[in-house]
Design a protein around this ligand. Sequence first.
Ligand code: BES
Ligand code: MG
Ligand code: ZN
Length: 490
Amino acid sequence: MEIKVSNINKLDWTGDALALGFLADNVQLSDELHQLDQKLDGTISELISEAEFTGKSGTTATARIGGQKSLRKIILVGLGKPEELTINSFRQGGGSIARAAKQAKIKTLAIALNNNDYDNNLLAQVISEGIILALHEDKRFKSDEDDKNILETVELLELPADQKAIETAEKIASGVILARELVNAPANVINPLTMAETVQNLASEYALELTILEQQDCEKLGMGAFLGVAKASDLPPQFIHLVYKPQGKAKRKLAIIGKGLTFDSGGLNLKISGSGIETMKMDMGGAAATFGAAKAIAQLKPNVEIHFISAVTENMISGKAMCPGDILTASNGKTIEVNNTDAEGRLTLADALVYADKLGVDAMVDLATLTGACIVALGNDIAGLWTKDHQLATELQTAAQTAGEKFWQMPMESKYFEQMKSPIADMKNTGSRAGGSITAALFLEQFVKDTPWVHLDIAGPVWAEKPNAIDNEGGTGFAVRTLVNWALNN
Ligand code: BES
Ligand code: MG
Ligand code: ZN
């Protein structure tokens, strides 16, 4: 499928389908659309009234044009209420149009979506992202993998943008898709070794520096927290460190650290039935977003140096498993009484944060499917954000806004750390159920010295139970777009 900008007017365009965008509660035909409507024997006005099309966000209506016209179908898409319009409305609009076009078996499509309040290049980019992401379906594990999508070309009309904006969208989408595919792949496909292989392929394709620390290397660095989690796995842990360096002098050095549990059984505090254990292949969603962002960033080449890090393992059970009550020593020397083996993500992140902190970066972000408590607090569509650094919070929120991804800043309530006081070690790894996502963040803070740091709990939004405008059921690739924007803008 090819997306391109075109300077043909919608009145003159010929092809299978033309898509038009409308704001909610104001579905009126402009002079130009009125002219087009007349040319199409009233198809547009008839469709609006017959489908009771109101321009509500996410809705579409499609009609066939009678007679032997050089245009076969018309697709209307709702962009929602004007006061709720954001740049993401256009990403969603692109996605909704692509879905409608696929349903209508369209080969050649034109989209007339523009808006004077937004930059044309950004509009072209987000509409393209929406199209590509909505059409991506993960069919790798189906034996009959016929893709019903026959869309060949999409032309963006009346949007004087640079073709480069569409290439940017393609690069970002390739990163989001990698993250989705990593999350969707079950634990018998993506394990610590195949995860490392995937990153090796990325490194050689885009000429990135890669270091993989094996178990012995991690032992030498004293990564007792990470290795404690890895003990019961039959597969060796892989500590992955991928680096993107720009050609000239980097204006900033950043680190992105993702939780990489290719499966979380809970360990000896085994996840009980009904706890969603069968979905725990998604517990590397942070690592997936990290390496998805790396894929996009390696193509977009911003002028910043970025370290992509994940301590990858599985949380399993066996005679070698760490026991509840075990005391682990992390690589900064702090000791942890493991009062719950299912709070394993923070143990792996502890050593990853200590490692990243030593790189001398200007800022670091960790992303993790860390707590069920964060889902209870914010639901499935919003991730939690913790930091004491106001500027970093603003940078990420700005990046997220354009990305159409939602983060809600949560409190670093120091007092709650008391819940993790241990009589025998420096700390326990869990506090009480109440405020569980906050104590998790406070635990991580123990492993950050003085690098400005943000923690993102993405347990909810990494996975979609049902499709929305741009995501299909399954892995969403959440946070890739935010991370890419962050790298590009700062
Ligand atoms: N991977 C889970 C968190 C999770 C839950 C992610 C649901 C996605 C969906 C994490 O390792 C975990 O098990 N957390 C425990 C912490 C508890 C033992 C303090 C939890 O959230 O129940
Ligand atoms: Mg767990
Ligand atoms: Zn986990």
